[in-house]
Design a protein around this ligand. Structure first.
Ligand code: C5P
Length: 310
């Protein structure tokens, strides 16, 4: 991807995320579940380059396997561009060139980051100047995780995960991600959790009013202390994500044995996020995991949300 090719493009970068805490409540009629979650944006990015065009089109390349990314209207970035054009009464089109760094179907919100980046890029390209509140509204219509990809940093998500409150997080948290070749479908994992709960194999927190982020999680983030955060991290989707995936159970155990403070499935998986004591500890865990043939990346959080790069 040469600079010349993109010299006339608007470039926006948006981060992937980890759910430091993911509490899942009841399923509602629209198919969505109530959530109490804490997102942290990490230094793994989607780069979106938007150029003026007559129609709406998309191309995708990546550091990760992009063969499963749809290039038609199922693509969330393309839907984001069309939604913005409709809302702001724009009669121009756009070509979106996406370079993916976040694993596809990995539970790290890569598609949501593309959509957030596309909103910001098209807003700049077309001069629609919708403002952050309107962009946030459009983001929430596109998907539950899209507002957070706009927002970035560390934030509490309630409702479907789209109602955000910034969370104070001091310092830097070092994560080692273990990527999986075989992705997982988010709706399928939520559906499996519902079935497991019905059979009584996972506890249901049906009283959604009581669904809240434990104060200990927020305190550990405020303290900027990974050793305090590690024992209180939790993901309700984890039992559903690791069912039928012994490779994930094994990776979780291996990372901790190799020195990570703890490991957690990211969102609906299958990416695993290991929290480490600091950059050096993370590099050591990453090396050991790589030595077992796994694809392991060292990232840190929190980083900003979708940003105009030029
Ligand atoms: O909004 P998004 O496209 O990211 O959600 C993908 C799927 O994940 C939804 O269709 C739904 O099945 C599930 N989901 C959910 N409850 C949420 C967020 C997502 O059940 N709060």
């Amino acid at each position: 991807m040469s600079f010349a090719r993109h010299s006339d493009a608007v470039h926006v970068r948006a981060p992937g995320k980890i759910n430091v805490h993911l509490g899942v409540g009841a399923r509602h009629e629209d198919g969505y579940h109530s959530l109490a979650t804490v997102f942290q944006a990490v230094s793994l990015y989607e780069d979106v380059y938007a150029t003026a065009s007559d129609g709406f089109s998309i191309s995708v390349v990546g550091d990760v396997d992009v063969s499963e990314v749809p290039l038609d209207d199922r693509n969330l970035a393309l839907r984001a561009a069309r939604l913005l054009a409709q809302t702001a009464d724009v009669d121009q089109g756009v070509h979106l060139d996406i370079r993916k760094g976040v694993p596809v179907a990995g539970g790290m919100g890569g598609g949501s980051a593309d959509a957030a980046a596309a909103l910001v890029a098209c807003d700049a390209l077309w001069g629609t100047e919708l403002g952050s509140r309107r962009l946030h509204e459009l983001a929430a219509r596109l998907g539950a995780d899209v507002p957070f990809a706009l927002h970035g940093g560390t934030a509490i998500g309630t409702g479907r995960g789209d109602v955000l409150t910034p969370a104070l997080a001091r310092g830097r948290f070092d994560w080692v991600l273990v990527l999986s070749e075989q992705g997982l479908s988010t709706p399928e994992i939520y559906g499996r959790l519902d079935r497991m709960r019905m059979r009584g194999r996972a506890l249901a927190d049906d009283a959604t009013e009581l669904l809240e982020v434990p104060p200990a999680v927020l305190q550990a983030l405020r303290a900027g202390d990974p050793a305090e955060l590690a024992p209180v991290m939790m993901n309700d989707l984890e039992p559903a994500a690791v069912a039928d995936r012994p490779d994930l159970e094994l990776a979780l155990a291996d990372g901790v044995r190799m020195g990570a403070l703890t490991g957690i499935v990211s969102g609906s998986g299958p990416t695993i996020a290991f929290l480490c004591a600091g950059p050096e500890a993370a590099r050591a865990v990453q090396e050991e995991l790589r030595a077992t043939g796994r694809q392991a990346l060292h990232v840190h959080g929190a980083v900003p949300g979708a940003q105009l790069m030029g």
